[in-house]
Ligand binder design. Structure first.
Ligand SMILES: *Cc1c(COP(=O)(O)O)cnc(C)c1O
Length: 498
């Protein structure tokens, strides 16, 4: 099976090449030329298996140039016992409104990005061995919070890799900052920058694409690669858990094989919900994909009107990982819906770049409406939902609460009582202040991050994951803060070259 580019269908690469390169040279994203199909028998065969064995079978359909041994090595490394706080890796919980919450945050950093970023380093090093043996892979990440920590934890001490993360000094939560500055591992570095997330991202992009920097790396036996969510190696692990969730619903008697389900996803960059779309296209009986947004509701508008318009106010919300106005992975969906038309994708993306907006034609909008529903809610509704969901016995984080709220609104409006999976993307203790104020009504003045964690635990009796709680006693290793123009020097210093 080969992959092509959303912007040039003459491109044809293997899965290993797609993963090692990250993004196509024409600026497009790598997509499978055809989507592998699975049937009821395939799903039945997965039901008795554990997560690791299910993952191996699903990944083999996409990574056809990886040997069985290679896939086994990658998957065992990523999801082996002890890495996730549930032996199911991504367990399902039924909540009071009848929906099934899929907990994707049981990994080392308590965010759903672990599901992909625990596997990506293995996929990337295995892929690089095929095309660029003996090179050290250098990962640069600009982060607004969750991605940086999950990438650090995934690449920590992975042979043949080095990782450096830049974050905006005043742009991440205290918990997120501590998670990164206390990172362990011999091949990692973290640096704050004086600037915002865009400065960090632009700085990383500039270094990444600088020819001279690339040559210096090459001279030293190194090459850049990317761990951000446009890399196919981050998307493909996410398809697995939707298929696995469907099998769990069969296993626990909620559905019978062949019954339809709906899936609700709290969405930012459109990666997670796109993985659910691939699962649907593969043949998992998914009726409606419900895209949940916070006040930054550019996707709600797009999926209901066909008009994508990023020219709008940007809101900073209590669900910061969804504060995004350009959802990069949407490009992949548009490619598939247009019947693999790189020409049409190029047209839309050019308009987005020029004017920040584009409109898809009726043929695309009809398909969007057939596959997707969409909704959004503001911070007040998010917090109200955390409170009512907690009254029903389930403590959710802010991002998950957006999805729960959008699901409840959808249910009221449509009466569609199809069994539903809601993707839960973070542990509530990652966003203690907002969750505490939602369940308790207020946060006592002067309570710092760890006091808030204690109060939330007292209030709810829910345990805080040890990897968050013990941060309190750790001493930060990485205290550097640099200016934008010094990022390149920081990278060289970390790599020990010049
Ligand atoms: C990254 C993230 C999201 C958004 O996921 P996308 O794949 O970018 O749509 C939602 N919730 C949390 C907690 C996240 O970290």
């Amino acid at each position: 099976m080969l992959y092509t580019s959303t912007r040039d269908t003459s491109v044809r690469v293997t899965a290993a090449q797609a993963i090692a390169r990250g993004i196509s040279a024409d600026g497009g994203l790598f997509v499978p030329e055809s989507i592998p199909q699975i049937d009821r028998d395939f799903l039945s065969s997965l039901v008795p298996l554990d997560y690791i064995s299910r993952a191996k079978k699903v990944l083999a359909l996409y990574l056809t140039d990886f040997s069985e041994e290679e896939i086994d090595y990658c998957v065992q490394g990523a999801y082996k016992a002890g890495k996730f706080s549930s032996e199911k890796v991504a367990p399902l919980k039924k909540i009071a409104n009848g929906a099934n919450v899929l907990e994707l945050w049981r990994g080392p950093t308590c965010a759903f990005k672990d599901m992909a970023l625990q596997l990506l380093p293995y996929l990337l090093t295995t892929a690089a061995k095929k095309s660029a043996p003996d090179k050290t892979i250098v990962i640069l990440v600009a982060t607004s919070g969750d991605t940086g920590k999950a990438a650090l934890e995934g690449f920590k001490d992975v042979a043949g890799t080095k990782i450096m993360v830049f974050y905006p000094n005043d742009g991440v939560s205290p918990m997120q900052k501590l998670q990164m500055t206390t990172q362990e591992g011999e091949n990692v570095a973290v640096c704050a920058i004086n600037g915002n997330f865009d400065d960090a991202q632009n700085g990383v992009k500039a270094i990444f694409t600088d020819k001279a920097v690339g040559e210096t790396l090459a001279k030293n036996g190194m090459m850049f690669s990317s761990a951000n969510s446009i890399n196919w190696g981050r998307l493909v692990p996410q398809i697995v858990y939707y298929i696995s969730a469907y099998c769990d619903l069969i296993e626990n008697g909620t559905i019978q094989n062949g019954d339809e389900i709906n899936i609700v996803v709290p969405t930012g960059n459109f990666g997670n919900i796109l993985a659910a779309y691939y699962a649907k296209c593969m043949g998992v009986p998914v009726k409606t994909l419900i895209c949940a947004s916070n006040a930054n509701n550019v996707l709600t508008d797009f999926l209901t009107t066909g008009i994508y318009d990023r020219n709008r106010r940007f809101y900073t919300t209590v669900s910061p990982s969804m504060d995004i106005l350009i959802s990069s992975n949407l490009e992949r969906l548009l490619f598939h819906l247009s019947g693999d038309s790189a020409q049409r994708v190029n047209g839309w993306m050019a308009k987005l770049k020029e004017s920040g907006a584009y409109t898809v034609e009726a043929d695309i909008l009809d398909q969007l409406k057939a596959d997707f529903a969409a909704g959004c809610c503001d911070d007040a509704a998010t917090k109200e939902t955390i409170r009512t969901t907690w009254q029903g016995g389930y403590l959710s984080d802010t991002h998950t609460a957006v999805a729960i709220r959008v699901f409840e609104d959808y249910l009221k409006a449509s009466g569609d009582d199809t069994p539903t999976v809601i993707a839960s993307t973070a542990n509530p203790y990652k966003f203690s202040a907002a969750v505490l104020s939602a369940v308790k009504g207020e946060v006592p003045a002067g309570a710092d991050e760890f006091r808030q964690v204690e109060l939330l635990a007292e209030e709810t009796g829910e345990p805080c994951p040890p990897q968050l709680f013990t941060l309190k006693d750790k001493t930060p290793r990485f205290t550097d803060c640099c200016n934008k123009q010094d990022m390149e020097a920081q990278v060289y210093a970390m790599l020990g070259i010049r």
